[in-house]
Design a protein. Structure first.
Length: 397
């Protein structure tokens, strides 16, 4: 394998790779556009959405709308009804979208009265374009995609947090562990310091993984240019192969790429961003979003779609072992052992009821501004481009 390398932070002008692709390559499967679920059992609830404050660039003096409180949802089960078809666009079938995959494959959307047309569209840009054009009603997209849509005044709104911690991890080879005298159990400061002088594989130079890794080093007090040497080494099993062949000492990417390393016995997952840094422990990796106009016109459907994601998040957090079987259909290329290890490392991202917080959005904004993915000052306040108003009466399973 021929590796491209550079030292330190990404240079301006390089195209950046969206996180969905980074976390998902290597998991592609033959998902058929328009895969449908057909089970009938509906929980019905009512909600209300109102306009939100104008994004940057709004005309001076324009009214600043606010989010209205949604009324309490009915606790009573509705009588059976026909499923309502909704289309959802998602970039890739990555582990970072596990709650969406579980809600689909375990029939949670169907139980909420939704026949889901789940479309894998290849990129975050394609998913956003499908949403804004009206081709689909829902999008599962990254925090950066939702923030970019807000900057462009595309009037989208996140209604559930799909994964609410950053799902990138560092994995190191066995030779690194022996030479450096550290392990996953070593203090975090020692593990970061041991990265000095290493060659780190990531899918592409200038992409989000590259930028996020540099952000971690800067936040830890290191100059990336003087600390590590980045190399473009592909994604998925290609990253593990680069480590196995000695072309890199360390890899950095989203789940399950680091977990392949541990499963093969060639190294160890070393630093899990979702567990070890405050700014990535509470972070919008992915969210369920819709156009504001659609949400306002269809509050009941918005509640049901958000609740399906909330139920899936609760199930993944509280019963990961029981979720593996349902998820295996969504990730057929993954061995059960890799899937289980990936879910264990991703567990902090499965928040209660898929609820979001201002802290999550503030951290997301800070990280993406430093990475160059967000360019303006954006408020993290609820009622701008996100809301929990539709996460009403979410069951634990």
């Amino acid at each position: 394998m021929r590796l491209l390398s550079c030292r330190g932070r990404a240079r301006s002008g390089r195209g950046e790779q969206r996180r969905h692709h980074l976390a998902g390559v290597g998991l592609q499967r033959g998902l058929v556009r328009g895969h449908r679920v057909a089970l009938v059992a509906v929980l019905v609830a009512c909600g209300l959405w109102a306009c939100t404050p104008a994004p940057p660039g709004a005309t001076q003096g324009q009214a600043a709308p606010t989010v209205a409180s949604a009324p309490a949802a009915s606790q009573a089960l509705a009588s059976p009804r026909e499923l309502t078809k909704l289309s959802l666009a998602q970039a890739v079938p990555a582990m970072a979208f596990a709650p969406v995959m579980l809600a689909k494959d375990a029939g949670l959307f169907a139980e909420e009265g939704i026949e889901l047309d789940h479309q894998i569209v290849g990129s975050a840009a394609n998913a956003l374009a499908a949403l804004t054009s009206g081709e689909v009603q829902l999008m599962a997209g990254g925090g950066d995609t939702i923030l970019n849509a807000y900057e462009k005044r595309l009037d989208t709104v996140a209604i559930a947090g799909v994964t609410t911690a950053n799902l990138f991890s560092w994995a190191v080879g066995n030779r690194f562990l022996q030479q450096k005298g550290v392990s996953r159990q070593s203090p975090l400061a020692d593990r970061v310091a041991a990265l000095k002088g290493t060659r780190v594989g990531t899918p592409n130079l200038g992409g989000l993984g590259h930028r996020l890794g540099n952000y971690m080093l800067i936040q830890s007090g290191y100059d990336p240019d003087a600390t590590i040497d980045w190399a473009a080494a592909g994604a998925g099993t290609a990253l593990a192969a680069a480590l196995r062949q000695g072309q890199v000492d360390v890899i950095f990417n989203g789940v399950p790429d680091p977990e392949f390393v541990e499963d093969e016995g060639i190294g160890q997952v070393y630093i899990v961003m979702a567990e070890e840094f405050p700014y990535t422990q509470s972070f919008i990796h992915n969210a369920l979003a819709a156009k504001r106009q659609w949400v306002e016109a269809n509050p009941d459907l918005a509640q049901r779609a958000a609740r399906a994601i909330g139920r899936a998040s609760n199930r993944l957090r509280d019963d990961p072992a029981g979720s593996v079987q349902a998820l295996q259909a969504g990730y057929p290329a993954l061995k059960p052992a890799v899937l289980e290890l990936s879910l264990a490392h991703a567990k902090p991202a499965f928040g209660p009821d898929a609820r979001m917080t201002e802290e999550m959005w503030r951290n997301t904004i800070d990280v993406y501004r430093a990475a160059g993915a967000v360019t303006s000052q954006v408020s993290p306040a609820e009622g701008t481009y996100w809301t929990n108003k539709y996460l009403v009466d979410v069951p634990q399973r």
